[in-house]
Design a protein around this ligand. Structure first.
Ligand code: NI
Length: 184
């Protein structure tokens, strides 16, 4: 089932989400929910999606970067389900790249993010895992985990000077460095 997306202005995007009870993870209802979040991300061509974006205030987010001939510099990231994720920095090095968000349609902006992070979370079976991410994958993880804390990428921008509508983005900014992808 494909969920309806919440858009900026909906209070659910600004809530601190509640942790998932690990006993809940094995239940059929929760498993269906995870499947639906994945399906919704794929349907919207996102590389990530967080539960508040489908009106659920829960610590659940998914990521997936598929090989795309249009973005040869974008290494694939297998489907990753993150339940109750914790993010830690592996370095203080910052990278700046373009981000968009399915909850903030038609806009792009340049956002500084940490280059290397570690995510510790439960997977869709409730098993703990740790993942070290860098570059674009680290950006996606920070973007999605931000959603679980009521934050959107606009909050992370240094200033709003690069904030652009898609049409203007493609017209004036695409020669600029930085990845161009739709985050969740
Ligand atoms: Ni987003």
């Amino acid at each position: 089932m494909i969920y309806k997306l919440s858009r900026l202005g909906h209070p659910v995007l600004r809530e601190i989400t509640r942790p998932v009870d690990p006993n809940e993870i094995g239940q059929k209802q929760f498993q269906e929910l995870v499947e639906n979040v994945i399906e919704t991300m794929r349907d919207y061509d996102g590389v990530g999606l967080a539960a508040p974006q489908v009106h659920l205030s829960l610590q659940l987010a998914v990521m997936e970067v598929e090989e795309n001939p249009r973005y040869p510099g974008m290494p694939p990231l297998p489907l990753t389900v993150m339940i109750n994720p914790k993010l830690t920095l592996l370095s203080h090095e910052v990278q700046v790249g373009w981000e968009g968000c399915l909850s903030i349609p038609d806009l792009r902006g340049k956002v500084p993010r940490y280059r290397q992070v570690k995510v510790e979370a439960l997977d869709r079976e409730g098993k703990p895992f740790a993942l070290e991410l860098s570059g674009f994958h680290a950006v996606v993880a920070q973007h999605e985990i931000d959603h679980l804390m009521g934050k959107v990428y606009l909050d992370r921008m240094d200033n709003m000077h690069t904030l652009s509508f898609l049409r203007e983005f493609y017209r004036y900014w695409t020669d600029d460095e930085g990845e161009v992808e739709e985050e969740g």
